[in-house]
Design a protein around this ligand. Sequence first.
Ligand SMILES: *Cc1c(COP(=O)(O)O)cnc(C)c1O
Length: 429
Amino acid sequence: MKDIQLPGGPHFAYRDGELHAEQVALSALAREHGTPLFVYSKAAMLAALGAYQRGFAGRKAKIFYAVKANSSLAVLQVFAQAGCGFDIVSGGELERALAAGGKPADVIFSGVGKTRAEMQRALELGIGCFNVESEEELDVLNEVATRVGRTATVSLRVNPDVDAKTHPYISTGLKGNKFGIASDRTVQAYRHAAGLPGLNVAGIDCHIGSQITESAPFLDALDRVLDMVAAVEAAGIRLQHVDFGGGLGIGYEEDNQPPQADALWKQLFAKLDARGYGDRMVMAEPGRSLVGNAGICLTEVLYLKPGEQKQFVVIDAAMNDLPRPAMYQAFHAIMPVREAPNGAGGTYDVVGPVCESGDWIGRDRTLATQPGDVLAVLSAGAYCMSMASNYNTRGRAAEVLVDAAKATLIRERETIDDQLRKEKLLPAG
Ligand SMILES: *Cc1c(COP(=O)(O)O)cnc(C)c1O
């Protein structure tokens, strides 16, 4: 086991037979804070960001961390301090970004269903840009901006109609998706936007999906987007920026390694240069690729349960903590926190306590474990805690952020009082 590179390595690695996050032994964190427990490595986040920064070096370019991937305040704080802006998809995420130290001017607001109230708040704060997804939304934003006496800076999210070759639920750039403005409506939508007094048309944007593990869909999408830039500018509307969204995948498994951000962006900038758009401001909205492999979830083995066809390891984390397997049949590596095998090895389905057959975390895994052991579910930094729920009245997990030898509790475990606080019994009689 010593020589394997874990997802999230080298920041998550075995040392002296114990899995560590940076310099902190994970078994000690499980003892101190209980399980399920999310543990993040700050160095892993900054290393992932570093790949984008290398790819963007010497360019007019800015990184907007996509808050929904992991919206915990301390995680946002790390990215704010590292100079990132934020890509948000709700008024709630706007407040989080500000609470973590983000500046309104460094916020861009994406999403297909912004409400008037969300638009008004964002306008009053003076956010950097609205990524608008329909002509109807242009009219509503114009109306709200005019009413509050502000001008909304906008870019239009276009749908380049490319197949991102990912799970259908996380593919967003195909014709049948709800996202973006169809390519044959683009020029018309821009003309419409340019004619609205409350709007300032600044750019174009796209986001073709998530967990994309090849370069080709990105390169195809950029070609289509640049075709649209050419068409829009031929209509007399100048575009200052190209926002290329997020979507770069991470390696959940050793044999499925997506391109590195710096290598991908080298290719994308080469295309921008070749087509004469190398001088434009370029923006990106990465989420998963900045945090996915910077987090793990610690969980305790409760039972080994023999079944008629399968053997089960029942753990104390479940689909409410780690929703990706249930939602997308996603794979997460599962490793023991102590390297030495414990008990007889076997092939198990690793499942949680929630009353749903969909509540599995891993299938057909070879593990040597017994009740009381702590396991680590890897690649759990993105779309886990931010999607966690209280299903089965399970409190959401605690979170710890590790920075070298220092571990900080960044979210307390949710208590039953936290969960019941907003609820009311019917009045007596
Ligand atoms: C979700 C989302 C992102 C981030 O996607 P990742 O796959 O996590 O990089 C970026 N932009 C928009 C508009 C999104 O909806």
